[in-house]
Design a protein around this ligand. Structure first.
Ligand code: ADP
Ligand code: MG
Length: 919
């Protein structure tokens, strides 16, 4: 255990009186062990103050300040500030420049705060402030200007917004009647208003700011790392940036908010009683607010002189000083002030100051008395620094733990007369803090012109944030799609579905409504071994599917995933199909079934016009594919030719299947009520069982056939252009198929990330993000993948992790940036889910009308990674369907490995029917 305190300052030249004083005042000397214990107690107090249920009885109130952001250098303008709560009242004019040099100009005027003001009544106090402000504006020629004003009010206030705060209790030397429990901002506004009538000052009170917060903001303007504000002056207090999710008294979980701890009240519930001495108790009893602000009374400059006086008085009475002779001055409250203590502790000046001060108090000090008194001062002010360091250590530790860091670099902004003028205080404080929290590299930054500039900055930041919010809202507004617009989308989709089915309109229809020649769902009698291919999105897969019927009904699958390199997706058709056949050969080899001529189902997830189940002409590539010489060709023929070219094995291609159909079939195998298949993956598409009589382009009126809607092309005729944003147009123009698949480009995995990237670029250009700097990586198309939306929007993710994700993308974000990015992601994915839901509502409504029922029960089979992995997409989609098709009761069934299995099932059904036909 290392004893810390005055002795270490004296080193070997330890005077006898010092040792005596040490012994006499041992209770004021606190070891590191004790200080760490105080830090632990204060940590517990903070937790108590932050909790909704524990706050009402907490001594340390942990007041939300509604300050959510530090200055970022883009603030500018002229501001006024008034500062009440320190030893003097001040008015300031602050000019803030956004010149990239973080500069500001400050002009101030000081006004006295006589006892009539600090201990009179409320109306007088606020009139006085208004008078001073009016005088200040007069001298600075500011009348007639409408200026925003920040009100630094350094007393505990319960704030409900930035510009509203109810005074909880007066502290320090203030005790003004009729102000407690009222909103001080409206009182100030009223007083200013009265003035407005008689003179012509016009100010707008925009922010109520505690001096700690002002200090943090001032220092934060110069040092982005500053996240703690500390005052050690007339009073003492600290604030710091707390995570919103830990602040149960304020709505919302995102980001941080500055908490004004009001740590002066630490100990008011007895938590520090074991450390308080008889002198502390005596001092408290003689104060304006007995029992209150007990921690403050051990620390701040308003009380230290008085503590010294009480100690000297007792020591004298006991005959330890001044030959036991007490002077009237020593008996008088307030006779020793902080300035005396500071002067006496100027060890460099020897004992002359001490001697002079004591003589003025009519004490007749000997040399020994002076040494002893000097030592008393040191013990008292050192205890103050020690206690302050302990509580600050608790805050720093909490900050570090909030950030989940093992080591942390941070800056503490400090203001206050004691810290600034006492000859040793700052050094002692720094040293003890660094010893108590070795895991934090702390920079202590003295706030120049502290709280006045700070209040102006709070006001400036508030103005900046409000302006930013407006512009952000404006950028994201087109993504909101009010219910009426969504209904319109549903109805337009419904109309397009009809056009695609009708013979006269089908030629021009954008939603192609392609017949699939799949006329029934599986009945469970399917069996055999099949090969399946799945081409159409991110991966290409080859599968071997073994289907058993009857009592041992089951499906077994073996599959292998192959990548399709970009140069093949966008090379020639021959290369593409040769590559596919190469993959099949690998798979057959791998499974050891090269000799068997297995029936094959080909899941090909692009729009194909089919004339039978095993014929499909590619209408056009979508998503990431653009191989030449394929459009207008039969994909089955192209596959057969590639197999022939390779001349190594033969396959019996039975069916070409869209992935939506495969998904519907897979789910249909489990649930016969499944008559719709939905894909929300790389692209988006839907199929459903349509009555043959409604499909005019296919002969026959009996039964049903599955229609592949190819709804991704919805809007290609411009019918939803009014809801497309400029970001959608950018994404479209940068895509492989400009002007095509407009609905798909607003709703599917291949594009959502890219929409987000476009918005981020725009917001950055507007200066709302990344400090206006568009990084190289943000310029890269495709860098923002849709999987990042899923990660960023995950509810379990703290903002810090969002920042880490962005960092991996080369985007250096602040806390505020990451909140905005998350908001952008949410807007984009939410719109996607709602648009998709509106489309699906049209399909289920159509099914309901086909069946002619009041209420429809139906199952939708779904596949696609966007649907499966995005944290909110599926829920919002389902909610939207419920909203827009209230007469349909829709069950969503996830297809496990949908499209491959489905292709095999369709092949099995086709094979069965084919065999029946041959017999
Ligand atoms: P496909 O549609 O190509 O058959 P998937 O259904 O697996 O294949 O969808 C793949 C697409 O899903 C990717 O292109 C990507 O856009 C998107 N995606 C991938 N991971 C995620 C994720 N974690 N959350 C949301 N979307 C994702
Ligand atoms: Mg797929």
């Amino acid at each position: 255990k290392r004893a810390i305190g005055p002795r270490s300052l004296h080193g070997s030249e330890c005077h006898l009186p010092s040792v005596q004083v040490d012994r006499y005042l041992y209770q004021l000397r606190l070891s590191d062990e004790v200080l760490l214990d105080v830090a632990a107690r204060f940590q517990a107090e903070m937790v108590k103050g932050l909790g909704r249920d524990t706050n009402p009885t907490a001594a340390v109130k942990m007041l939300p300040s509604f300050v959510r952001a530090l200055p970022d250098g883009s603030e500018k303008g002229d501001f006024l500030a008034v500062d009440l709560g320190g030893s003097q009242f001040r008015a300031h004019q602050v000019k803030v420049f956004d010149d990239g040099k973080q500069s500001s100009q400050l002009e101030s005027k000081f006004y006295p705060t006589p006892k009539e003001v600090t201990q009179g009544n409320g109306a007088e106090l606020f009139d006085y402030i208004a008078d001073c402000l009016s005088d200040f504006m007069e001298t600075k020629n500011l009348k007639q200007k409408k200026l925003p004003l920040g009100f630094t009010f350094s007393f505990p206030c319960k704030q409900t917004k930035l510009e509203e705060g109810v005074l909880l209790a007066w502290t320090k030397h203030f005790r003004v009647r009729g102000v407690q429990d009222t909103d001080v901002v409206s009182s100030l506004r009223r007083a200013l208003h009265k003035h407005q009538a008689s003179s012509d000052i016009d100010v707008d009170v925009l922010a109520l700011v505690n001096d700690t917060v002002g200090t943090m903001m001032t220092c934060g303007y110069d040092d982005q790392r500053c996240e703690v504000g500390l005052i050690i002056g007339t009073g003492t207090n600290a604030c710091y940036m707390e995570e919103m999710r830990h602040i149960s008294l304020v709505e919302g979980d995102e980001g941080r908010m500055c908490i004004n701890t009001e740590w002066g009240a630490f100990g008011d519930d007895g938590a520090l009683d074991d450390l308080r001495t008889e002198f502390d108790r005596e001092l408290d009893l003689g104060s304006l607010n007995p029992g209150k602000q007990l921690f403050e009374k051990m620390i701040s400059s308003l009380y230290l002189g008085e503590l010294v006086r009480l100690i000297l008085l007792k020591m004298t009475k006991e005959g330890l000083l001044f030959n036991g002779k007490v002077s009237t001055a020593l008996l008088t409250k307030g006779k020793i002030e902080m300035k005396h203590v500071s002067a006496m502790e100027k060890y460099k000046e020897g004992l002359s100051n001490t001697k002079e001060i004591l003589t003025e108090l009519n004490l007749f000090p000997s040399e020994e008395d002076c040494v002893a008194v000097q030592h008393v001062c040191t013990i008292v002010s050192f205890r103050s620094a020690n206690l302050c360091a302990a509580a600050l250590a608790a805050i720093l530790t909490r900050l570090r733990e909030n950030k989940k860091l093992l080591r942390m670099r941070t800056t503490v902004g400090i203001d206050g007369g004691l810290y600034k003028t006492h000859p040793k205080y700052a050094k002692r404080l720094h040293k003890v803090v660094r010893r108590l929290v070795p895991t934090c590299d702390v920079r202590f930054l003295l706030s120049e012109s502290g709280s006045g500039r700070g209040a102006a900055l709070v006001t400036a930041v508030a103005r900046r944030l409000a302006a930013q919010r407006r512009r952000l809202d404006a950028a994201l507004a087109p993504f909101l799609l009010p219910p009426g617009v969504l209904l319109e989308v549903r109805d337009k989709m419904r109309a397009e579905l009809e056009y695609g089915l009708k013979r006269e309109t089908q030629g021009q229809a954008t939603v192609k409504m392609l017949p699939t020649y799949v006329c029934g769902t599986p009945d469970g009698t399917e069996k055999g071994k099949f090969l399946a291919l799945d081409l159409g999105g991110t991966n290409f897969r080859v599968l071997l599917v073994k289907i058993k019927s009857g009592r041992r009904r089951s499906v077994q699958m073996y599959n292998k995933i192959f990548a399709i390199p970009l140069e093949i997706m966008q090379g020639t058709g021959e290369e593409l199909f040769d590559h596919i056949v190469q993959c099949i050969a690998d798979f057959l080899e791998y499974m050891g079934i090269k000799g068997a001529r297995l029936p094959l189902g080909f899941t090909f997830s692009f729009p194909c016009r089919q004339a039978s189940i095993d014929k499909g002409t590619l209408v056009g590539w979508t998503k990431g594919f653009k191989a030449t010489d394929c459009e207008g060709e039969d994909v089955v023929d192209m596959l057969r030719e590639a197999i022939r070219r390779r001349n190594e094995f033969d396959l019996d291609i039975v069916a070409v299947v869209n992935d939506t159909v495969g998904t519907m079939m897979t789910c249909g195998y489990e649930d016969p009520n499944c008559e719709i298949g939905l894909i929300a993956g790389t692209g988006t598409n839907v199929c459903y069982m349509e009555d043959m009589k409604n499909i005019e382009i296919v002969e026959g009126n009996e039964g049903k056939m599955c229609i592949n809607t190819e709804w991704g092309a919805f809007g290609d005729n411009g019918c939803i252009d009014h809801i497309r944003t400029k970001y959608d147009r950018e994404v479209d123009e940068g895509s492989l198929n400009p002007g095509k698949q407009r609905y798909e480009k607003m709703t599917s995995g291949m594009y959502l990330g890219e929409i987000v990237r476009q918005i981020l670029i725009d917001l950055t250009k507007q200066g709302l993000l990344f400090r206006g700097h568009i990084s190289e990586s943000l310029r890269k198309r495709g860098i923002f993948e849709t999987k990042f939306l899923s990660q960023i929007e995950s509810d379990r993710l703290a903002l810090l992790q969002v920042r880490r994700i962005l960092q991996q993308l080369g985007l250096d974000s602040t806390c505020e940036d990451s909140i905005i990015v998350k908001e952008v992601c949410a807007a984009v994915s939410r719109r996607a889910a709602r648009l998709c839901g509106a489309g699906l509502a049209a399909v289920v409504e159509k099914k309901r009308e086909n069946r002619g029922v009041e209420h429809l029960q139906i199952t939708v089979g779904v596949d696609g990674t966007l649907y499966k992995l995005h944290p909110h997409f599926s829920r919002i989609l389902q909610e939207t369907v419920k909203e827009l098709a209230p007469q349909c009761d829709v069950t969503f069934m996830l297809s496990e490995d949908g499209s491959g299995k489905g292709a095999a099932l369709i092949t099995a059904v086709a094979k069965r029917l084919h065999n029946v036909g041959q017999k």
